[in-house]
Design a protein around this ligand. Sequence first.
Ligand SMILES: [Zn+2]
Length: 86
Amino acid sequence: MPLYEYISENPDDASLSCPMCRRGYELMRPLSREPHTRCMYCKNPVRKKIGTVNVPKISAPLSVTDARKAGFTVLQKRDEGVYEKL
Ligand SMILES: [Zn+2]
């Protein structure tokens, strides 16, 4: 069952949101169910936050050049237990 994160449509308006949906909350929803559009706590409008759940926070650099530009030391495995600094 997919896990979705929902967040208030009006997080700055205390009369249209509650602490739960202002911060956002996660909810398991079967795909067949109707869309979840109201906060499960305060019943005010919420929207689905897309692309924030189960996405790794750190993305790998695209290339060795990018990694070096970003200040990483890039090591490539040459042999068993031997790493060469590029
Ligand atoms: Zn709420």
